[in-house]
Design a protein around this ligand. Structure first.
Ligand code: BGC
Length: 786
């Protein structure tokens, strides 16, 4: 197991007990706070040193040109990239003329703690300045789950042994300088366009800045208000200039005394509202936060999280690292989505600028399935966002000569932002991925109002796309040719099985939703004939099979290609896309990330148990996991076919992706899909959760070393608790009416009265599969790494 000294293993916290400058940028992502609307990287309060400063607002972006050496029809000309908005978290400290800067002087102690139960980031430092003054600084930061426009910081300074003059400068800073430039395509594009100042104001305890973006037409307001408690001898001064609003507090503080600053920060943005309206909006948000007060904000935060954990917690006995990692993961997934309110959930949440802040299929296939069963309201919100960009998706389909809607592969505001069409436009599966999320959200909540208003139009327009993209051939097969599936090392292939199964689900789900909402469907122009066509396409959907190898090919031709020369590929040549041209990769059997294996997870009943085992054995030696979206899926299937140790190894990789920086790019932001995937590896992998006929089924099995796994699931208005021990599993409802489910194929009814306990049947797995050389997942010791 890879060891990293940065964080201590604790059940409910991620704690860093020493400041490691080499992992500063990584810790800024790990310690990021967000509520889905505001995102603040875990930068030090004083701003420097930093890895990458970052304050983000969901959907605030700037445009940049997407240049092509050879332009072609339909290529997007303009890209969108997330921007670092006004930094409201800055509090600079001067101790007797000396700036508090931990690169100088002596650090006696430095600790940061992300508290997953209270939803706060704590910091405490004891430092002696180069001139010999010793101080203790403690700060607590939160981004409120209950007041979406609000972040707050409580900052305290105390002198240790001598009286001293202390100057605190609490600031709002726009257009911060960012120096980082990277060659990795997964990092952000550099946008040099500055925010334009419209208003700056500072008076009393208040400061405010309003700016607008140059190209994307967005206006951003940031305001701060303060409560100060300190010694009698204290002066407060406020000043502002176009990019800075500043409150300066000067005090003489004696040992035994403290100066305490509570800073409330409000953010607002709009593409429509005027400067005065944005001004008023942030001032109003501040006023509400001040009325709640610091203690009140802390209480609200804790209460919000108590409710969340009460229905979503996962408990593990026998592996404290995974215990910590899965709670860390759930916390960040919640942060990315909680108050997004009809805005997207980007691949990195709001923890960093990686992938330009874009939203991909990661959301619908990795993140939303977890939220569907833990925080369903966030799923409705995220899908509302898809609905809000439906018109753009329909327009794009027209441009591409197709019917219905084609959603962008990557975007912030709805327009396609990928300049590489073989792995974007051609990845049509994104459209059915959205349909998949709609179907499961409605299945888990019975939210028929949502289905009528939002789900139906999404299902209908995506079904229309499949019907126009595919074609029925002379043999009556419905084929979908020339598409790219999840495995981006194969492109423009015919009949990708994942895509075809997804399209089949999409077509059928649209027909069923039309039947449930005939009036709404009529308004969308749906005719009986059209529905018949969808159903016949679904019925005749071509799903290739390789009779010679007795496996399912990822796409029609895949198993006929030459196998990648793994023995000649060196360890440092992974990820392959940074070392080999796609033209080379596309011709070979090499799998970037689970594709057919993902199809087996999501469409479990479409494959027999024997076929799943054969397919898994076939794809393991070809799968290099050059994407963080792979390990969790491989964990799920490894567990299903009985390779429990391998499932455990993959679980470790998914769960520790960011805490251990396994992809070496956590500095750009956290991997939301992999974080969500750690829940999936546990619940769908070791818990064996699958969807079966609109209900849930379980087939739990623990690897050696894990003594207990318990998880909670919200389903059809109930909360179900599943507890798995080595020889048995029990099921109990924490609330709600009795529920039918399955345990290893056996029907059971669970209720609040008593737990239903069943033994776990043993499984005989085939020979353990081999991964490509150099790509075997790290072996996880029973009981977790010490
Ligand atoms: C993966 C995609 C994913 C994207 C963003 C790529 O490396 O291949 O499947 O959507 O990263 O996470």
């Amino acid at each position: 197991m890879i060891q990293h000294p940065a964080f201590k293993v604790e059940e409910w916290s991620v704690r860093e007990t020493k400041l490691h400058f080499d992992v500063l940028a990584q810790t800024e992502s790990i310690f990021a706070l967000s509520n889905g609307h505001i995102g603040l990287r875990g930068n030090l309060d004083e701003g420097e040193p930093h890895g990458l400063p970052g304050s983000y607002l969901n959907s605030v972006y700037e445009l940049h040109p997407l240049p092509y050496a050879e332009s072609a029809y339909g290529n997007p000309e303009s890209g969108q990239t997330i921007i670092n908005v006004t930094n409201g978290k800055l509090i600079r400290l001067n101790v007797e003329d000396e700036p508090f800067d931990i690169r100088y002087g002596t650090i006696h102690s430095h600790e940061r703690e992300l508290d997953l139960r209270n939803g706060i980031l704590r910091r405490s430092v004891c430092w002696t300045s180069p001139a010999g003054q010793t101080i203790k600084v403690t700060s607590t930061r939160l981004v409120s789950f209950t007041q979406r426009a609000i972040a707050a910081i409580n900052y305290e300074v105390e002198p240790i042994d001598t009286p001293m003059r202390i100057v605190l400068q609490s600031e709002l800073v726009a257009n911060e300088e960012i120096t980082s430039k990277q060659d990795d395509p997964r990092a952000a594009s550099t946008v040099t366009k500055k925010l334009i100042s419209e208003e700056n104001h500072a008076k009393g305890m208040l400061g405010l800045l309003v700016h607008h973006t140059q190209e994307s037409g967005l206006r951003i307001g940031t305001a701060m208000d303060h409560v100060i408690k300190g010694p009698e001898e204290m002066a407060v001064d406020a000043d502002s200039s176009p990019d800075i609003a500043r409150l300066t507090i000067t005090a003489k503080v004696k040992p035994g005394e403290k100066i305490r600053l509570t800073k409330y920060i409000a953010y607002g943005w709009s593409s429509l509202r005027s400067r005065p309206a944005i001004h008023d909006q942030v001032i109003a948000a501040l006023s509400a936060a001040r009325m709640t007060g610091w203690e009140g904000l802390l209480e609200e935060q804790r209460a919000y999280l108590d409710t969340f954990w009460g229905k979503a917690d996962v408990e593990i006995e026998g592996d404290p690292q995974i215990q910590q990692a899965v709670r860390f993961a759930l916390f960040h997934v919640l942060q990315a989505a909680a108050r997004g309110e009809r805005r997207p959930i980007p691949a990195k949440g709001l923890t960093g600028p990686g992938y330009d802040g874009h939203t991909f299929w990661d959301t619908e296939i990795f993140v939303l399935p977890v939220l569907t069963l833990t925080q369903p309201s966030a799923v409705a919100d995220a899908l509302y966002w898809r609905y809000s960009i439906l018109d753009q998706a329909c327009e794009r389909a027209r441009l591409l000569g197709l019917k219905g809607a084609t959603f962008p592969w990557r975007t912030i505001a709805g327009e396609e932002c990928s300049g590489y069409w073989p792995a974007s436009v051609a990845a049509f599966h994104i459209n059915a991925d959205i349909a998949y999320a709609v179907v499961h959200y409605v299945g888990a909540t019975n939210d028929l109002k949502f289905e009528e208003e939002v789900g139906l139009p999404l299902l209908v327009e995506t079904a229309r796309l499949w019907r126009s993209l595919g074609c029925e051939n002379a043999e009556g097969q419905f084929r979908i040719d020339g598409v790219t599936g999840p495995n981006e090392y194969s492109a423009l292939a015919d009949n990708n099985v994942y895509t075809n199964l997804m399209a089949q689900l999409n077509l059928r789900a649209a027909a069923e939703a039309v039947e449930r909402h005939p009036k709404a469907a009529h308004k969308l122009g749906v005719k009986d004939e059209e529905v018949k066509n969808w159903l016949s396409a679904a019925e005749n959907m071509f799903l290739p099979y390789d009779k010679r190898l007795k496996v399912t090919p990822q796409d029609e031709a895949f198993t006929k290609h030459e196998v990648w020369n793994f023995s000649q590929t060196k360890k440092d040549e992974y990820p392959l896309f940074l070392h080999y041209h796609y033209a080379h990769l596309y011709r070979k059997q090499v799998v970037k990330q689970a594709d057919l294996v993902l199809a087996m997870q999501l469409f479990s009943s479409a494959f027999s148990a024997e076929l799943k085992a054969r397919n898994f054995a076939y794809y393991e030696p070809l799968t290099v996991r050059d994407s963080s979206l792979s390990a969790s899926t491989q964990a799920v299937l490894a567990a299903e076919v009985g390779h429990l140790q391998l499932a455990y190894d993959y679980l470790g990789e998914a769960a520790l992706m960011d805490l251990y920086n396994l992809e070496h790019n956590t500095q750009d932001g956290l991997h939301m899909a992999s974080l969500a995937g750690s829940w999936t590896a546990l619940v769908a992998g070791l818990g064996g959760l699958r969807w079966q006929d609109g209900s849930l089924s379980f087939a739990p099995r623990l690897p050696e070393g894990l003594k207990r796994l318990a998880f909670r699931i919200r389903f059809k208005g109930r909360c179900l608790l599943v507890e798995i021990k080595p020889g048995e599993a029990s099921y109990r409802l924490l609330d709600g009416e009795p529920l039918k489910t399955w345990h290893h194929g056996q029907e059971i009814t669970v209720s609040t009265k008593e737990a239903t306990t069943r033994p776990i049947p043993s499984i005989k797995a085939g020979a353990p599969p081999k991964q490509p050389s150099e790509r075997t997942p790290a072996h996880r010791e029973p009981g977790g790494s010490k």
